[in-house]
Design a binder for this molecule. Structure first.
Ligand SMILES: [Zn+2]
Ligand SMILES: [Zn+2]
Length: 449
């Protein structure tokens, strides 16, 4: 929207802030015609476009009619599509069709048009999807116990983030699910109303408590983590951001609200009860919605072919033979043994560093005289899902069918570690002090090849 700034001939584009308060002043008769316990009787003008919403159709704050604490009624209602993300919303929205959500839902084909609206606007009936929908102002009051100060940058940015968090939580459900649920509710409600006597025909929504029941303050921290710089993309990945609720829950459980109750279940597991808002259904929906919004970008290593590996072996052999520096030779041995073991045993990158010297030595001679000669790759470590340190042994042929010289490279490195560095135990791939190599340290070295 262009508005005149007051300076002669100058117009500036002004971002209109979100409308959070209604200008509507209903008379007491109108207020009395609305039933706080029956959201289907609610009506009022949309905060954005002013169209009058009737019969509970639209997006109503669940506290619509409640005077909570010192605050007046919010009377907040929107047309679903009028509840939009802030025009300056900086949060990333994935723009491809791929949905990383794990939930099984029948997602219909997403058209281009709908794709443009995904995560950006709400839908009619979104306030009745199993989690409380409170308007931005109500959330702000819950978190801060006061009203936002106009033109206060911190308050305004908090409101922007609240809007995003609410939209994320709503978008954990697809549009077809939301509209299907709401249509069915309307049909049943009107059918029953004309034929049945039910004093309380719909459940009561909203709360008089001015309290962050859903975990909004933790959601706000999490949103900040989402804006931090990421490795592969401009902003952090969802996987990184989800660590924020972990510290929040840990701190919560360390504090005055520590849950004393435990529910014992089979399989040696205990289930603990917690009152942490991060355990709320709203919070799970927020995390799921934000995951869907951001998408997950995986950087996968291209699989290495046998031909490529053979070519690498050839190059490395030449470099190793011509190298004058022992340090360089050691680097080449490390990389080659790493790649060969990873390739031949089909280990994941983080498992290769678990190869241990004492295991290799135990089988070294015995396996060489065996027919066919092979090397026993011995891994020592704590494997996923296991509690103890364990040995895993996998044999590989000394020279594979395709001609990969496995023993040659493993033996070069092993010789260096055992005979020159005097190691009898510990990890084969080690930095100094017997520390185990971690993946991040190896990869830059591998990328050189
Ligand atoms: Zn509207
Ligand atoms: Zn409200």
């Amino acid at each position: 929207m262009l508005v005149t700034t007051g300076d002669l001939g100058l117009c500036e584009e002004v971002v209109r802030p979100l409308k959070l308060r209604t200008a509507w002043k209903p008379d007491s008769r109108t207020i009395h015609s609305l039933d706080v316990g029956n959201f289907m009787t609610w009506k009022g003008p949309c905060l954005e476009c002013g169209i009058f919403k009737r019969n509970g159709v639209g997006l109503f704050c669940s506290n619509f009619l409640r005077q909570r604490g010192p605050f007046p009624r919010c009377l907040a209602v929107w047309c679903g599509e009028c509840y939009r993300a802030h025009p300056q919303d900086p949060f990333r929205v994935q723009t491809t069709l791929h949905s990383p959500g794990e939930e099984e839902e029948n997602e219909d084909l997403v058209t281009e048009e709908r794709l443009a609206l995904r995560f950006k606007t709400a839908r009619d009936g979104d306030h009745l999807q199993g989690i409380p929908f409170e308007c931005d102002l109500c959330h702000f009051r819950n978190v801060n116990g006061r009203d936002p100060v106009p033109r206060n940058p911190k308050d305004n940015f908090t409101l922007l983030c609240i809007r995003r968090a609410v939209l994320d939580a709503l978008w954990s459900r697809e549009t077809s699910t939301v509209s299907g649920n709401f249509r069915r509710l309307q049909r049943d409600y009107h059918a029953s109303k004309s034929t049945l006597s039910i004093a309380q025909p719909v459940p009561v929504i909203g709360t008089n408590k001015v309290k962050d029941r859903v975990g909004m303050s933790c959601a706000l921290h999490t949103m900040m983590a989402m804006l931090q710089k990421g490795n592969y993309q401009e902003t952090a990945q969802w996987d990184t951001a989800r660590k924020t609720p972990t510290w929040f829950t840990n701190a919560y459980e360390s504090g005055e609200n520590f849950g004393e109750e435990a529910i014992y279940s089979t399989h040696d597991t205990k289930v603990y009860s917690t009152s942490s808002p991060t355990a709320s259904r709203w919070f799970s929906r927020f995390m799921l919605g934000s995951k869907r919004r951001m998408g997950i970008m995986r950087k996968q290593n291209e699989a290495l072919t046998v031909e490529q590996l053979m070519a690498v072996c050839e190059l490395a052999e030449k470099d190793w033979r011509t190298s004058q520096s022992e340090e360089e030779k050691k680097d080449i041995e490390n990389v080659m043994a790493f790649i060969i073991i990873g390739f031949c045993v089909s280990l994941r990158g983080e498992e290769v560093p678990l190869v241990a010297i004492e295991g290799l030595l135990t089988f070294w001679d015995e396996t060489r005289s065996h027919n066919p000669p092979h090397t026993m790759i011995t891994l020592k470590g704590r494997f996923k899902g296991e509690n103890n340190l364990r040995w895993h042994c996998v044999p590989i042929a000394d020279i594979t069918k395709s001609g990969i010289p496995t023993r040659r490279w493993i033996s070069r490195l092993l010789d260096r570690r055992v005979n020159r560095e005097g190691k009898r135990a510990g990890y084969l791939f080690a930095r100094k002090m017997g520390e185990r190599l971690v993946l991040g340290i190896t990869t830059p070295c591998l990328e050189i090849i």
